[in-house]
Design a protein around this ligand. Structure first.
Ligand code: LLP
Length: 463
């Protein structure tokens, strides 16, 4: 994703400073549909709308900062994934990307399964009525209590992440007199991020059990021996925000190799493989994500081919997209508070949120887009950095983007593609109140996660 440091007709500088940005767009009012949720557009007055409602109205009713989630888009994406993978495969939405009771109900209605990775996510899923058999329980250090709760509830699968956990889950299941369906998470020696994957330097991380050195084969041996466990398959997750299918190809090949070894050693053909999540989305116009049907086709072909060459029946495939479902469906709406022009450098636009509602820029150097949404403007493009209100210079929401030069306090700007890992990683830094999530659909908006209040903050203070 290298972008050109570049130049034409910006304000404040003859030569633009170093940075990661494309050429200033010719029209700052156009919304690139790649990065905005499906029902987002501009009305005749130039105000951006979602689900038919103007952002100005939304700001009045719900305040800023706030996340607005396009429910129509969310549901459409769920259906697209479910249809693409069909009835011989399973799609598990990765709840870590964003989870709430409303989301659980939508998933349930749209026929998706749910991947949870903590007691809290499990409680949300069960509390909102997701049938336990449609839940997969992940995590590299599940507590005995969490395991017990999951087994008691009857979750569809627990993904085992260590040798200790194999024993722990078997023990709990035996105590409860059940056979728990499990998968073993393996580390396949592939690490993939965005457009690249690396097939070396891989085992050095905390998740899963390495295929290398026969560890995963040993894990299978142990799991098969324990009465409390029904080993249904092998799981692999290779990274996040991936565009290149090559990493999945290597991963699938190695997982299938393990299935063949298991068959040769134990005479058992494990019926399922899970290839994890990690499919990329467009944060800026430079990103070109794949459609679910292309991903399903590519993964299906890889697995079928590898199984044929190993003489195995093709296992049931599952995947766990989080970001690819919820990421594009939401934007964060902010009000501009101050606009500071730094001569020869750039303009700092301070908004009423920041790293407490989107830590991804500070944490991963993530790139985002931004647009003026309360009105249109014909002013020239101004190289801007959108920053928050926290006491930290790294409190950056959008590092380099162009906004119109007449931007002023009181304007509303929005950052698209903030549905995944923004609210779910939000914090109370500087005692910020975490913003609400408002679902918008067919002209109606309703809060699905309310804004925090000062009472919420103080509730935890004792003494
Ligand atoms: N399955 C497993 C086992 C995972 O560990 C993850 C993500 C997923 C599925 C879903 O991945 P997705 O499709 O959403 O990329 N906080 C980071 C992302 C961490 C992802 C961790 N695991 C971010 O904001 O980019």
């Amino acid at each position: 994703m290298s972008r050109s440091a570049h130049p034409a007709g910006p304000r404040h500088a003859d030569v633009l400073p170093e940075g990661h940005y494309s050429a200033p767009p010719t029209d700052l009012n156009t919304l690139d549909e790649k990065v905005w949720a499906r029902t987002v557009g501009r009305n005749d007055e130039g105000t951006v709308t979602v689900g038919g409602i103007e952002v100005t109205r939304l700001a009045e009713e719900f305040g800023t900062p706030a996340y607005f989630l396009d429910e129509t888009d969310f549901r459409a994406r769920c259906r697209a994934w479910a249809e693409a993978f069909g009835k011989d495969a399973d799609v598990f939405y990765a709840g870590k990307a964003f989870l709430s009771r409303a989301v659980v109900r939508w998933l349930k209605e749209e026929g998706l399964n749910l991947d949870v990775c903590s007691g809290g996510e499990l409680a949300t899923a069960l509390g909102a009525g997701m049938p336990a058999e449609r839940i997969a329980f992940h995590g590299n250090n599940k507590s005995e209590r969490e395991i017990r709760r999951a087994v008691e509830a009857g979750v569809g699968r627990i993904v085992l992440d260590s040798f200790q956990e194999i024993v722990r889950v078997a023990h709990v299941a035996q105590e409860l007199g059940v056979r728990q369906r499990v998968q073993i998470r393996v580390t396949v020696g592939v690490e993939a991020h965005t457009h690249e994957f690396i097939a070396t330097a891989h085992e050095d991380q905390k998740f899963g059990i390495a295929l290398a050195g026969g560890q995963a084969a040993e894990a299978v041996r142990r799991a098969l021996r324990l009465d409390g466990l029904e080993l249904i398959g092998i799981h692999s997750h290779i990274g996040s925000q991936i565009f290149d299918m090559a990493g999945f190809e290597v991963s699938a090949r190695r997982v299938v190799q393990l299935l063949a070894e298991v068959r040769d050693e134990h005479g058992v053909e494990l019926p399922e493989i899970d290839l994890g999540g990690g499919l990329g989305i467009a944060y800026t116009s430079d990103d070109d994500p794949r459609e679910p049907h292309e991903i399903a086709k590519a993964l299906g072909e890889i697995v079928t081919r590898e199984c044929e060459s190993a003489g195995l029946r093709t296992p049931r495939i599952s995947v766990e997209p989080g970001r690819a479902i919820v990421g594009p469906t939401a934007f964060t709406l902010y009000e501009v508070g101050t606009v500071k022009h730094l001569e020869g450098l750039r303009t700092y636009v301070s908004v009423d949120g920041g790293m407490s509602d989107n830590i991804r820029t500070a944490l991963y150097d993530a790139e985002y887009s931004v647009a003026l949404v309360s009105r249109t403007s014909d002013a020239e493009p101004m190289l801007s950095r959108v920053v928050g209100k926290h006491c930290e210079s790294g409190d950056i929401v959008v590092k380099d983007a162009f906004l119109p030069a007449d931007l002023a306090p009181g304007d509303l700007i929005a950052v698209p593609a903030t549905g995944a890992y923004c609210r779910s990683m939000a914090s109370n830094y500087n005692h910020a109140l975490r913003p609400p999530v408002v679902a918008v659909r067919d002209g109606a908006a309703r809060v699905i996660v309310r804004r925090e209040t000062e009472e919420d903050l103080l509730r935890l203070d004792v003494g």
